[in-house]
Design a protein around this ligand. Structure first.
Ligand code: FE2
Ligand code: FE2
Length: 373
């Protein structure tokens, strides 16, 4: 294979760095072609000590890196196999950024299933890539590289969400029990460590629809705990939350991740997701009537102004009411790279201003979840 000498003088491609590293954080770069490898390395060398190798080479990089950046075509099974072969090494890096050529749901799901902590399009700008690696909230620099272990609870939950979306995209049966189990683990985590820790961890590690699902599930669980619901109801709540946006797997990412306002046609397309999710789930064993109701109706409002069925008042069930409040709050406080994160107090004020749409007593009860828990 071709060796590439980086601008900082390190030889990459044969698995070793030939020069002692500096105090700068140490990164690995993996790529499926030499061009991609040298392209990514040349960006990262501005701020990091970098060693890289092609995925088709024998893995020789030995030093544990602070982060791994992988740029590869994930529709190629050989690349997937090569990344899987390096799974042990990947798991030791706290941050694993995948740069994807094709940002389809399948490729994104695949990246998360392979252990990505962040997935970005390969066209991502230099500034964004460096920010993802140097952002203090991401902890790569601050953690001196390899001292922090990957967060297995978040990884497991994210992988369950990724598998769920892949199943819809590929029209394959869903692992209903696996998804519910991931919800149960989130409930355990929040019971033990609280909601704030979950929100911070998820926002630090994930983007887009996966982040949203994980946040909504956590918030719904904490809302249920604060209301004192029993174990069976808590299971209904986290299951509904895990599945609620599954229909988004049918919506193009260009719409889902569009910065700024959607036009009328895009909005109409996004509003098909509750029905799409319902249609996909309705023939699955283990999906209860309440879950189906929540998936189909989590965008309905008490005043009849929601979609897809313009339900109002009493025809909207309790689980749906709790989920809808949690869903709106999660959407407001999400971390998106193109907009600042809204503070929790401000997001709660938005809920309070939605007169007639949400149940007033529930919004009032949600205050402690939103602000203090
Ligand atoms: Fe939704
Ligand atoms: Fe949602």
């Amino acid at each position: 294979m071709q060796h590439v000498r980086t601008r900082s003088g390190h030889v990459i491609g044969d698995g070793g760095i030939r020069e002692a590293g500096t105090a700068r954080p140490f990164l690995h770069v993996l790529a499926d072609t030499s061009d991609k490898l040298s392209g990514v390395c040349s960006i990262l060398e501005e701020k990091f000590t970098v060693a890289g190798e092609r995925l088709d080479a024998d893995s020789k990089l030995s030093q544990t890196p602070a982060a791994i950046v992988i740029r590869a075509e994930l529709r190629d099974v050989d690349n997937i196999a090569a990344i899987k072969k390096r799974a042990g090494k990947l798991a030791k890096a706290r941050k694993r950024i995948f740069l994807l050529e094709h940002t389809s749901h399948v490729c994104i799901s695949q990246a998360y299933a392979l252990g990505a902590t962040l997935v970005l399009p390969s066209t991502v700008g230099r500034t964004r890539l460096l920010a993802a690696l140097t952002d203090p909230a991401d902890g790569v620099s601050a953690a001196s590289g390899d001292t922090l272990q990957p967060d297995s609870a978040v990884e497991a939950a994210a992988t369950a969400v990724a598998s769920m979306f892949t199943a819809v995209t590929l029209c394959q049966p869903l692992d209903v029990n696996g998804t519910k189990e991931a919800g149960r683990q989130i409930a355990d985590r929040i019971t033990q460590h609280g909601l704030t820790e979950w929100l911070m961890t998820v926002r630090r590690h994930h983007e887009g629809t996966y982040q949203h699902c994980l946040l909504v599930t956590g918030i719904t669980i904490d809302f249920g705990l604060s209301l004192g619901v029993g174990r069976a109801d808590l299971e209904r709540l986290y299951s509904a939350a895990m599945f609620h946006d599954i229909g988004k797997a049918r919506i193009p990412l260009a719409i889902l991740d569009k910065p700024g306002r959607l036009d009328a046609a895009e909005r109409a397309q996004i509003e098909t997701h509750p029905t799409a999710g319902y249609e996909f789930l309705k023939d699955h064993d283990g999906i209860s009537r309440e879950i189906l109701d929540a998936v189909r109706h989590h965008h309905e409002y008490l005043d009849g102004s929601g979609y897809p069925d313009a339900l109002c008042g009493e025809s909207i069930g309790d689980i749906v009411r709790i989920l809808t409040i949690s869903d709106i709050f999660a959407a407001l406080i999400e971390h998106r790279h193109y907009k600042p994160t809204m503070p929790r107090a401000e997001a709660y004020d938005v809920l309070c201003g939605m007169n007639g749409k949400l149940e007033k007593a529930l919004v009032h009860s949600f205050k402690q979840v939103a602000l203090t828990r």
